[in-house]
Structures are given as C-alpha cells and as structure tokens.
Write a protein that binds this ligand. Sequence first.
Ligand code: C2E
Ligand code: CA
Ligand code: CA
Ligand code: CA
Length: 286
Amino acid sequence: AKHAGGNRYELADPEADARAITRHGLTTALPVALERGEFFIEYQPLVHLGDGSVRGAEALVRWLHPQHGVISPDRFIPLAEHTGLIVPLGRWVLEQSVRQARAWEAGAGADPAAGPLRVNVNLSPCQLTHPGLVSDTVEILERAGLAPGSLCLEVTESALIGADDDLLKPLRRLAEMGVDIALDDFGTGYSNLANLRRLPVSVLKLDRAFTQGMQHFPADPVDLKIIEGIVSLAHSLDLAVTVEGVETGAQADQLRELGCDTAQGWYYARPGPPDRLHELALADAT
Ligand code: C2E
Ligand code: CA
Ligand code: CA
Ligand code: CA
C-alpha cells in the first residue's frame, strides 16, 4: 500500500509490483542460471522456398527457470543486455549452436545436394562492440571443426543504424572469413536502403510484420508491392531474402512468387529440439 496523503491509502498496482519483483528476481538469477546450466536452445528450420528443403535453423535460447518454468528470450535477453551477462550468454549460445551444426553435419543425411545444415545465431548489439567477438568466433569454429560458411550471424537492423566503421570492422572480418551476416528484423526500423551497400551483410531477414500484413487473403496489394520492391533491391545487391513468421501455406506460396529465397515460421515448424531438425531434413531428402 502506498501512502497517498492524509489518511487515504491506495494500493499500488499489484501487477506492476509483481513485474518489478520478477524483473529484479530474474536479473539477479541470471548469472547463476548460466552457471547452473538452466539455458537451452531450440532450433527453428529455415526452409528453401523453391524446393521446400530444410537448409538450416535459427538457434533460439530459452531459460528453464526452476520456479517459473520456461521463460521466453523476449523477457530475459533485455535484462542480460542491461547487466552485460549477454556477452558470456551469447558466447555460450554460439558455442552450443556451432557444435550442434557440426553434429548435424557428422550425422549427415540431409539432402547432399543442398549442402550441410547451417545454423543462424542472434548477436546482440553488446556483443558487436565486445572486443572478443572475432577471436571468440574463430576459436569456437575451429574447436568444433565447423566451416565458417555453415554459420550465419543475425544482427538487427537497429543495431547497425548509423554504425560507424569501427562497429562494422569485426563484422567485415567475419564476413571475409566466410561467415554469413544477416540483417535481422529488416523493415522495422528506419531502413536506409542506400545504407545497405555499406554493410557486410549477405542476407536480409524480413520482419514478421510483413508476413502478418499478409494474413488476410488476398493480401493488400500495396504490401505485396513493398515486399516485391525490397526483394528486387536485395537481389540486385546480391543479398538473399529470408522471411520470418510464415504461418500459412498461402503466405508461403505468395512469398515464393514474390521471389523470397528462404522462409521460417510455424507453417513449417515451431522451434524445437535439435534432433527434430535433423529428422525434418532427412524426411524431405527422401
Ligand atoms: P527473432 O530473432 O526475430 O526470432 C524470431 C522469433 O519469432 C522467435 O521468437 C520465434 O519463435 C518467433 N516465430 C517464429 N516463427 C513464427 C511464426 O510463424 N509466428 C509467430 N507469431 N512467431 C514466430 P522467440 O524464440 O521468442 O525469440 C524472440 C527474440 O529473442 C528473437 O527474435 C531474438 O531477438 C531474441 N533471441 C532469441 N535467442 C537469442 C539469442 O541467443 N541471443 C540474442 N541476442 N537474442 C536472442
Ligand atoms: Ca533472429
Ligand atoms: Ca527476426
Ligand atoms: Ca522479429
């Protein structure tokens, strides 16, 4: 209860209190959670729109909290960024994902014509400015024995807005080594299309907002024109286009017609355990 002057008492918003406590509780529990191994990774397939084959997966981290159950990254990644824990946590995700991609490769079985299953890993802006990014990544790839070409790092568009050369240097070095860089959540920020040429990216990931706009069928023709324009610009700059949030077959058909290269979304599969990705890849190779 909050003292509201005189002899009146008002209840503080109990939900806000719960959120505040939880937020604080979660923040203090984060470093311990990493030590105790409470994080795990789910993988969501990336599907080639042309032939429907599984080409790889995006790694998405989750926290299995002993009291609160599975906590979504939307809740704890911002806290980890705020406290700096994102650097060791992000490194852990990268290492696990790279080892997983190597395990998929060793287990083979995916369509040999499509090449080994690749893995996409999200990088937070704090990791971009951390001086160990390039050396850590090289070391992790070497230790696992994974080719740099099997790794794609996803960086949000907003993290690179107004990026100067110092910020781009590590990404450029990774790109030169053969690591793919994807511009994530494309279209949500102030996209400076001309700026794209400057960035060492090889993939554009169209934000879910675009596919959400296509939920009504037939979709708004203006939305379709915008996607078509982005795809043609991306292709003219030699960038591949991945769309996220594909939930229906009609969306997939339309996005294929618009020239998108790769899709990700519940229509194909929800994020899941690594073995399931391998099964999906095997199933479509037969
Ligand atoms: P994101 O990078 O944009 O990842 C895509 C999100 O969309 C994922 O949410 C995924 O589960 C969800 N999604 C996939 N397909 C569909 C669909 O068809 N419909 C709908 N409605 N949603 C779909 P998730 O797993 O909750 O992750 C949320 C965000 O947390 C990610 O957004 C990413 O920004 C961040 N994140 C996750 N893992 C990591 C990580 O290891 N490091 C960092 N820095 N951020 C991460
Ligand atoms: Ca992502
Ligand atoms: Ca995204
Ligand atoms: Ca998104």
